[in-house]
Design a protein around this ligand. Structure first.
Ligand SMILES: Cc1ncc(COP(=O)(O)O)c(C=O)c1O
Length: 377
């Protein structure tokens, strides 16, 4: 952050209090521009994965882009997207383990579903008019995703029909009066450059199936990310787009994608206040006014966000601290042994990138409440 931005963040923290998520709209718009460019040459649909950040102002900004649609994963997300001005035919739902109650709501909302069980296909067919279009969510059988973490790899697990089951699923859909118009996959979170070969294997499988089943749309899900650790090498949208062209270029299909993290992660900062600085044993602890209820990255995924001291970007990081949150659980630690300039009680810390899966995954654990949110231009 440059000093001008720091000054603004200090003012915002004083006005709104902390913890506070601050989003930069310009960064989100820039990410969509990069995606449009990466998909040049394709008929395309960019469906913003609102599970990453469903803040009302952020959704309004996405709506104002004009050509960005929505990937939703529950009836309440659909309601929220409708409230933000998206039309039912601009909302695609990809979700698993759907109940009949979910399906009835989604039918009434009039949205398109990508389904991934024979059960959901059968049940949906009894609820909607004959000829209703669906997508099949597939598991191309590659296990890629940040760190190889079981929490962030989507293949070979809970999601998606095996490629080898797709023809049978299409037949079940036909028997249920449905028309398969889309093949869908979502391989993993925050794909790195090293994931490219696996991603291409997945695309090749999808391309072969799209030819065989003759669908109009291939949806390649999300997975583009951001730099969370200094050594991260996130797969760039440009390299991703080239891979799509290599494998899906000749199909004549519409290419859909569902960016969440890429669209909003780097646009967001989380401001927190230091309430405690104290040495215990060999450790210099910093206590802050947020916990894993406000941001789950460190405690749930084991991914520490980058931390800086507001207004002291030009000061040498001379000391090593461990940063603890205010939730009564031992794993509520944001970072261990992180180098920072000398920190004082009352200082403000900035955690980054915090725009994706921050506020949207927050809880009221320990009745600590939610962080504020503000969208800047
Ligand atoms: C089906 C589906 N699409 C898109 C996304 C968004 O993914 P990302 O944040 O990696 O862009 C997710 C995330 O869980 C998902 O499950």
């Amino acid at each position: 952050m440059n000093p001008v931005d720091d000054h603004l963040l200090i003012e915002l923290a004083a006005e709104r209090g902390t913890p506070l998520y601050v989003y930069r709209g310009g960064v989100i718009r820039d990410r969509f521009a990069r995606l449009r460019h990466a998909l040049h040459g394709f008929e395309r649909r960019i469906l913003y994965a609102m599970k990453a950040n469903r803040n009302a102002q952020v959704l309004r900004l996405v709506r104002a882009e004009g050509d960005i649609e929505i990937d939703a994963c529950s009836p309440r997300e659909v309601d929220t997207a409708l409230d933000a001005g998206f039309a039912p035919d601009e909302i695609s739902v990809t979700a698993g383990m759907l109940s009949n109650r979910d399906l009835a709501q989604l039918r009434d909302q009039g949205v398109h579903l990508n389904l991934d069980t024979f059960s959901a296909i059968r049940r949906w067919g009894t609820m909607v008019p004959r000829g209703t279009a669906i997508g099949l969510r597939l598991d191309p059988g590659v296990a890629i995703g940040y760190d190889g973490s079981a929490k962030l790899v989507y293949g070979n697990g809970k999601f998606g029909l095996a490629l080898s089951a797709a023809a049978e699923a299409a037949e079940s859909a036909r028997a249920a009066g449905l028309v398969v118009d889309t093949l869908h996959m979502h391989c993993g979170w925050n794909l790195q450059e090293a994931a490219l070969p696996g991603f291409e294997t997945a695309l090749a499988g999808m391309a072969a199936l799209a030819r065989r089943l003759g669908v109009g749309t291939v949806n390649v899900g999300g997975g583009l990310g951001a730099r969370f650790r200094p050594l991260d090498r996130p797969l760039s949208p440009e390299a991703w787009g080239e891979a799509l062209r290599r494998h899906l270029g000749g199909l004549g299909c519409t290419i859909a994608c569902e960016p969440g993290t890429f669209a909003v992660a780097e646009a967001g900062r989380l401001l927190v206040e230091v309430n405690t600085v104290e040495r215990r044993g060999d450790t210099d602890w910093i206590g802050i006014d947020a916990g894993h209820n406000v941001n789950v990255y460190a405690a749930h995924y084991g991914i520490p966000l980058a931390i800086s001291v507001l207004g002291r970007g030009d000061t040498e990081p001379l000391r090593r601290y461990t940063v603890g949150g205010n939730i009564n659980e031992p794993n509520d630690v944001f970072a261990r042994d992180v180098a920072l300039p000398e920190v004082r009680e009352g200082d403000l810390l900035v955690l980054h990138p915090a725009g994706a899966y921050g506020s949207s995954m927050a809880s009221d654990h320990c009745l600590r409440g939610w962080a504020g949110e503000v969208l800047l231009p």
